[in-house]
Design a binder for this molecule. Sequence first.
Ligand code: GSH
Length: 175
Amino acid sequence: MAVEVCVKAAVGAPDILGDCPFSQRVLLTLEEKKVAYKLHLINIDQKPQWFLEVNPEGKVPVIKFDDKWIADSDVIVGLLEEKYPNPSLSPPPEVSSVGSKIFPSFVKFLKSKDPTDGSEQALLDELKALDEHLKAKGPYVNGENICAVDLSLAQSFTILMLLLPISRIGLFLKP
Ligand SMILES: N[C@@H](CCC(=O)N[C@@H](CS)C(=O)NCC(=O)O)C(=O)O
């Protein structure tokens, strides 16, 4: 039975993919694994009734396997790895935590109200460490082979790109 996936449509443009990083990570995983799927773009400001019936929590992404709808990008990505093991996107242990501190450092930086508390430098250090890793071992975190760490970092960078410009002009969480 065909896989179906519901993801966020762009705000104000219901026919194109939106900016939900969780949805994008699931789509990247499906694409990398070359799994055929039917795409449903969900306008989250006006969720269709059928979508709320299959997923009362109303969040995207959700995916339909074997007639059952499953929510949460972490769960979905785990299931995709299990059901479609080739190509494997599981990272080898030595790279599994590369870049893992970028997102928490970013959240700390965003929440910081004190520009001298070192949170900006800590974020820059994490970004630099990733950059150095990629320069030495790239192009992907695990060399020539893309893996789940890259897709998860892509998700973090989507959020960074969306929020950094706002944080820079001091409109987001800053005093
Ligand atoms: N933990 C969930 C988070 C999903 C999530 O928060 N999706 C947002 C869009 S980025 C959403 O569906 N928001 C609509 C709503 O909450 O009504 C996952 O990893 O899939």
